[in-house]
Ligand binder design. Structure first.
Ligand SMILES: NC(=O)c1ccc[n+]([C@@H]2O[C@H](COP(=O)([O-])OP(=O)(O)OC[C@H]3O[C@@H](n4cnc5c(N)ncnc54)[C@H](OP(=O)(O)O)[C@@H]3O)[C@@H](O)[C@H]2O)c1
Length: 302
């Protein structure tokens, strides 16, 4: 039996071509942990930023040898440590957070806290499940920051993106009157989620959920005394005109993820896989995502 497994990392970050696949030793799960054989890991904008060295540049990553890539995963439990209820063979999905780590989900396997995982419902394939954790939890936690809408107007920027699409759905459940700002070709998708659609927003919204990370341009769309919720931790635009500014910092939450996976399986939340590609093609997948315009996620399959 092999004592190592393959994982994608960057040693010296420099964009897609700096990603390497290396062999690292297999780790046994400790108390409260499980080892997961990964079936799919989604490619997210944050991974492109890590590979480009954005967070190394901000002093948020300080790994001596290499930095792991990948936040989302879905797969099968192959070993469980002490004090874990999950059995071997369970299909789970989850999120690994934090920038500064030597491992990631772009890998054949992963050891993770069982509490950070959720069971994948029977009707959902693992590739689709791998696209759910980071961005649905980001949207759910962003909508927590919005609170109840009580009929007020909400503009979601980047409405055809992963976070934006989930925010449209979840914010309507909390009573917001939602309009999605997206590209012309995204109209059908945005309207299918029950939102009004626009390609050019004018100012005056009670709240803006900034899924496109427009930042200063996004806050300019909020009415005086309104609410802005951003997606760039550590880069909140300055408060002005009495606008409250909040920024979501997504955390793993296995219990909530269970609900979000169930909502995906039942069709209440959108399921959006762009393509499933072998882990070996990680650099080309990053290059494609960097061009923009990709809808749905690339899912890497080890
Ligand atoms: N804080 C957190 O914890 C957290 C968690 C998850 C994600 N995020 C961040 O949230 C952001 C969104 O993530 P995501 O996964 O949803 O990204 P995504 O799927 O790439 O979506 C972004 C969307 O915004 C669109 N867009 C960009 N500029 C636009 C503009 N001026 N007008 C209309 N649409 C525009 C993009 O369209 P094109 O592709 O056509 O450009 C794309 O559809 C990223 O910055 C990500 O890093 C933060």
């Amino acid at each position: 039996m092999s004592t190592t497994f393959r994982t994608a990392v960057v040693r010296t970050p420099g964009g897609p071509d700096s990603i390497e696949i290396i062999d690292v030793p297999i780790v046994e799960p400790g108390p409260g942990q499980v080892r997961v054989e990964i079936a799919g890991a989604a490619v997210n904008p944050v991974d492109l930023a890590v590979a480009a060295g954005v967070f190394h540049g901000r002093g948020l990553i300080n790994q001596p040898h290499h930095t792991g890539l990948g936040w989302d995963f879905a797969g099968t439990v192959t070993a469980a440590g002490p004090d874990v209820d999950l059995s071997v063979g369970s299909r789970v999905a989850g999120l690994v957070d934090g920038f500064d780590r030597d491992f990631g989900t772009y890998a054949e396997q992963l050891v993770v806290s069982a509490n950070d995982t959720a069971l994948v419902p029977g009707g959902l394939d693992l590739a689709t499940a791998a696209t759910v954790p980071l961005n649905s939890l980001a949207a759910a936690q962003l909508v927590d920051l919005l609170g109840d809408g009580e009929g007020r107007s909400l503009l979601v920027t980047g409405a055809a993106g992963a976070v934006g699409g989930y925010v449209i759905s979840l914010a309507q459940d909390r009573g917001w009157r939602v309009t999605g700002l997206a590209r012309t070709q995204d109209e059908e998708f945005v309207r299918s989620l029950g939102a009004t659609f626009t390609t050019r927003a004018t100012p005056g919204w009670d709240a803006v959920a900034d899924g496109a990370a427009l930042q200063e341009q996004g806050i300019a769309l909020v009415r005086d005394g309104g609410l802005f919720v951003g997606v760039q931790p550590g880069a909140a635009p300055a408060e002005k005109r009495g606008i409250t500014v909040r920024v979501v910092v997504t955390r793993p939450d296995g219990a909530r993820l269970t609900q979000l996976l169930d909502a995906t399986a039942s069709g209440r939340l959108p399921a959006r896989v762009h393509a499933v590609v072998p882990l070996d093609q990680v650099s080309s997948a990053h290059r494609e995502v960097a061009k923009g315009g990709v809808r749905g996620r690339y899912v890497l399959q080890p």
